[in-house]
Ligand binder design. Structure first.
Ligand code: GDP
Ligand code: ZN
Length: 299
């Protein structure tokens, strides 16, 4: 049978096939193919599985090729690529207009990771009710100019919820954002009852499992699925080469073609067109700072 992995916790997968939930283990052969502590099967994967004698249970035998993947660097004794979810279309990068303070550094980082994995980044500025004067308007404009959709939402007064809802309709999305920006509040606005459903499902699925790293795709009644990332606090970058990073900053990359040195990483090199463009205010300083901060983290 063929189905999609909806939830992963520990070594157990919840697979949806023909409108039913299946509890699946991963076959030993698939597990052996992978050396690191990462799972061969992730949320969003299309898999082939064989039902076992017990009702509603199965064993995953094969994983279909992924169209996109969202990965982060798992920081352990031996760092490895942790694929958080596969086959997603949208990355909703969530920040708050205030409380906590809007961090463009986080947005820049998340956009790079989206582009690297093949997802479309979308910026959602929540807690719009706390910023009636739109003091964050310049940030919204910055990312719109880069070609990304930017939404203002409020889980408090429902502003922008319909807009966000139509964006997510019939698509597979992942929401990332620092703790406290309102991810859970917003999801519950979008889909009242989601919290209750999630808890019921967790109880059935997680018996005796560690639940901390569980990632789940939530079905939206209007169509589509959305995942959040509990426990993925830090978005450490997975394998972006020092010379590739600039390609994911499309605004900086456009001017970088004129740099004097072909291997310029745009920090201290003479005749660097990126630094020149920042000084001439042709590109946003915050974007250059975001680039530099990520570059340093890659050392
Ligand atoms: P999460 O950690 O990203 O899931 O954030 P939560 O959904 O738990 O929200 C964190 C806090 O912000 C809670 O106290 C919410 O009530 C509050 N909050 C969430 N969304 C909004 C909003 O749109 N406006 C305001 N003023 N507060 C919000
Ligand atoms: Zn340069």
């Amino acid at each position: 049978m063929r189905g999609r992995v909806m939830r992963l916790s520990g070594r157990k997968c919840l697979v949806e096939a023909q409108g039913k939930d299946w509890q699946c283990d991963v076959s030993g052969r698939l597990k052996n193919g992978i050396r690191h502590a990462t799972s061969p099967v992730v949320v969003g994967d299309w898999v082939d599985f064989s039902p076992t004698v017990e009702a509603g249970q199965g064993v995953i035998k094969a994983v279909h090729p992924r169209t996109t993947k969202f990965s982060r660097l798992a920081v352990t004794a031996r760092p490895y690529e942790q694929v958080v979810a596969a086959n997603l279309e949208l990355l909703v990068v969530m920040v708050a207009a205030r409380n906590p303070t809007l961090s463009t550094g986080f947005v820049d980082r998340a956009v790079v990771m989206a582009l690297k994995g093949g997802l479309e980044p979308v910026v959602c500025i929540n807690k719009a009710d706390l910023d009636p004067e739109r003091q964050t308007g310049d940030v919204a404009l910055l990312y719109r100019r880069l070609g990304y959709q930017v939404f203002y939402t409020s889980a408090l007064n429902n502003e922008g919820i319909d807009q966000l809802g139509s964006l997510l309709k019939d698509r597979l999305s992942l929401i990332v954002g620092h703790s406290g920006v309102g991810k859970s509040s917003l999801l519950n606005r979008l889909e009242p009852g989601l919290d209750i459903q999630t808890k019921a499902l967790m109880k059935r699925h997680d018996r005796g499992q560690h639940t901390t790293a569980a990632v789940q795709l939530h079905a939206l009644s209007q169509g589509g699925y959305v995942a959040d990332t509990p426990g993925v606090k830090e978005l450490q970058m997975w394998q972006v080469g020092r010379h590739q990073l600039i390609d994911y900053f499309t605004d900086l990359a456009a001017v970088a073609t004129g740099c004097h040195f072909r291997n310029c990483i745009h920090l201290h090199e003479p005749s660097c067109q990126v630094r020149g463009a920042v000084e001439a205010e042709l590109v946003a300083l915050s974007r250059y700072e975001g680039y530099c901060r990520i570059l340093q983290s890659l050392d």
